[in-house]
Design a protein. Sequence first.
Length: 144
Amino acid sequence: MLMRTDPFRELDRIAQQLTGTTGTWSRPSAMPMDAYREGDEYVIAFDLPGVDQDAIDIDVERNMLTVRAERRPAAKADDVQVELSERPLGVFSRQLVLADTLDTERIGAAYDAGVLTLRIPIAERAKPRKITIGGASAPRQING
């Protein structure tokens, strides 16, 4: 149902782990996700802890789904001295090519506890249907 558009993502992820670098505002990093089919829907869940809902942008153009989020720095007082900062800030982005069998007109989105969940219905034309076969003189009928 999904096709990855970035073949070098795993190489980037390994390089980021080794160097300790993450995405910036000028170079977005990918966000972890799970994708699975649940009944007549395809579900995609993105991990976005610490991201405000208003900092998430979801776009669909043709079959290209783009999710972009920004984790902004927390406002700190002038007298605060940071001792350790491991939580990545900046822009996170993910693009997925959705199969033609998904109904991109009816995508639902929910954000709860730092997880963005998209539910994409399977298109009616992609669902299994029964085809009955008549006799030689009877026309064939498709039930769908």
